[in-house]
Design a binder for this molecule. Sequence first.
Ligand code: ADP
Length: 267
Amino acid sequence: FSEITEYKKQQNNLRQHTDELVKLLQQEKQLTEMQREFVSMASHEFRTPLAIIDSNAQRILRGRDTMAPEKLYGRLGKIRESVSRMQYLINRFLDFSLAQTKGLELNRRRQPFRDTVQRICANFTEACSTHAIEIDVSALPDSYDFDEKLVELCIENLLSNAVKYSPNAARVSITGAVTGGVIEIAVSDQGVGIPEPEIGKVFDKYFRASTSSGIPGTGIGLNMAARAIELHNGEIHIDSKVGEGSRIVIRLPERSDFPDEQVRSVA
Ligand code: ADP
């Protein structure tokens, strides 16, 4: 009788291990699919700005003796826009590989905050041809103790999502405020929105809301953005309604009372 009990126990153990293995293999498969999708999406997205650079450069070369200055500047402007777009895509690519390999690291120092946020938004706007983004970050503090790369990663992700998940020319805005000791940077859009039960999940790595089907993405950006803000002892909050739009708010403590350590990291 005890042999049967022992046999059943072992059988149960084996079943449990098999289930775990199957789960791990499924996760591995999902990751490989995500990576494949990301690479194909990135190479596809690189083609457009490269083609724009190429055709404008060719036209400038062909008309170098006769081209009117304003035409020349127009074409150089287009080249500049495409270069910004490619820089942005390369940053996303780096974020992705960083997320796959090591965690994020916080290297903070006190430095100009409002001007930095303004510059990040202006650079993004310059590279965005589909939406005119309204920027009003004048109420942000002059200076703050922060990691520029992480804040840039975060704001770029929020703006890029606002643009990506809303129709062309729809209103997208970014505002800054300080209320009750909390710095708030809010990105609002009039896009597809996120269904209520899925809002809590969009910070999970690789999670994509049902409203994003047909729109390319990897489900990594918000997860990284949230971790970047957590490293600053802040949080990201989302308000969203399907078919109406989303408002995503970064909240940071105005007084960044970190202990003495300068470098912190999360996996
Ligand atoms: P993705 O690369 O898929 O855009 P993110 O991690 O940036 O990944 O976002 C996770 C998911 O959250 C998205 O797939 C999308 O479903 C949803 N999401 C994020 N921002 C918005 C937004 N502004 N409007 C609608 N849905 C959004």
